[in-house]
Write a protein that binds this ligand. Structure first.
Ligand code: PEP
Ligand code: MN
Length: 360
């Protein structure tokens, strides 16, 4: 566990009275697009403007970024508005160009964090820099890769570090473009308790309607800030159109978000709230899992109906109960509790299947 209070210094030096907000388009498209957005962000809570210059696209043939010329546009935006600027770097050449353009914050994208070779190349190119470097989680839910990325930078003597939770890729696309795995981020924080952590609700959601709720969950978990894709004409964006919000919506969002006051709050209360938020996350996951289980139960109901088989199969039910009681013991859950829980689940399943079988 690396307790290094210096890791939070860059954030404290910003002297914000609210969580850090980084906003700006997925990609720099044109000079006028960058300047328009920068000016619209000027009176928002955003203190940093983001824009991708080199865009890692999963499939070739999509817009792959404007390249180094975009750095000039970002510099101009910084000069005109006073916003700090941030972009993604994915190799030594990007780092050299970004440092030469005096980019304030460099981030390592999810597709780079998966590769220790790339992260090491970037760390070597950045050695000893006082720029702020943020490491996004890798695309796949692997804590070691994320930790490894942070450690390679830390070992290169980069102290102005932070991480971004942008969700994890799954084969089965459900509600989110990239599933938030709050627990993985909590495990990372346990290893680096003083490392600032930001949420990227845009790449988690893939859909602007979910951005607010994801930010709220992150703030409830004591995140230090957010990086939000923001575009003056989101629907016309050259990349990630569906997930971008307007600077206007960003302003409204930062007004509406419930921000936990840490100042002056008793340490007990603060710790309690963080623990409660962790429970809320697990509870929501539990309900989601029960929903998934019930969908499978329904499929079995259809199968039983087609084959004219009785709903209740006592032998199978006994096996389920016994195996869950054993699993419960391994997890310090009493036999009585697991039995009651399993019975409640079973009753609900029977009711579901009953409805399916009695439908014609
Ligand atoms: C981005 O922030 O523009 C980006 C490409 O994100 P990620 O690396 O999280 O996919
Ligand atoms: Mn994007």
């Amino acid at each position: 566990m690396k307790n290094d209070k210096a890791l939070k210094n860059w954030l404290q030096a910003m002297n914000l009275n609210h969580p850090l907000v980084i906003a700006g388009p997925c990609s720099a498209e044109t000079e006028s697009q960058i300047l328009t957005i920068a000016h619209q962000l000027k009176d928002s809570d955003a203190t940093v403007m983001r824009a991708g210059i080199w865009k890692p696209r999963t499939r070739p043939g999509n817009f792959e970024g404007v390249g180094a010329i975009g750095l000039n546009w970002l510099q101009k935006a910084k000069k005109e508005t006073g916003l700090m600027i941030a972009t993604e770097v994915a190799n030594k050449n990007h780092v050299d160009l970004a440092l030469a353009a005096d980019v304030d914050i460099l981030w390592i994208g999810a597709r780079s964090t998966v590769s220790p070779f790339i992260v090491q190349e970037i760390a070597d190119a950045l050695k000893g820099t006082d720029k702020i470097v943020l490491v996004k989680n890798p695309v796949n839910p692997d804590l070691a890769l994320w930790l490894g990325g942070v450690e390679r930078l830390y070992n290169a003597n980069i102290k102005n570090l932070g991480v971004i939770h942008r969700g994890f890729s799954t084969y089965e696309k459900a509600k989110y473009r990239n599933n938030p795995e709050w627990q993985i981020a909590i495990d990372l924080q346990n290893q680096f308790p003083d490392l600032p952590i930001l949420v990227d609700p845009s790449h988690i959601s893939g859909n602007r309607d979910l951005v607010f709720d994801i930010c709220q969950t992150a703030l409830d978990l004591n995140y230090d800030g957010m990086i939000v894709e923001t575009h003056h004409k989101p629907d016309e964006a050259w990349s990630d159109a569906a997930q971008q919000i307007t600077p206007e919506s960003l302003k409204q969002m930062t007004v509406d978000l419930r921000i936990r006051k840490t100042e002056g709050a008793a340490e007990f209360q603060e710790k309690l709230e963080v623990l409660r938020s962790k429970i809320d996350v697990v509870d929501r996951q539990m309900i989601e899992f029960l929903g998934k289980r019930m969908k499978i139960v329904d499929d079995i109901g259809v199968l039983k109906k087609e084959n004219n088989v009785a709903i209740l199969q006592p032998e199978r039910w006994n096996k389920v109960l016994q195996s869950l009681i054993m699993e419960g013991e391994k997890n310090q859950l009493s036999k009585d509790f697991v039995s009651r829980l399993t019975k409640a689940m079973h009753e609900e399943s029977i009711q579901h299947q009953h409805q399916i079988i009695s439908k014609n």
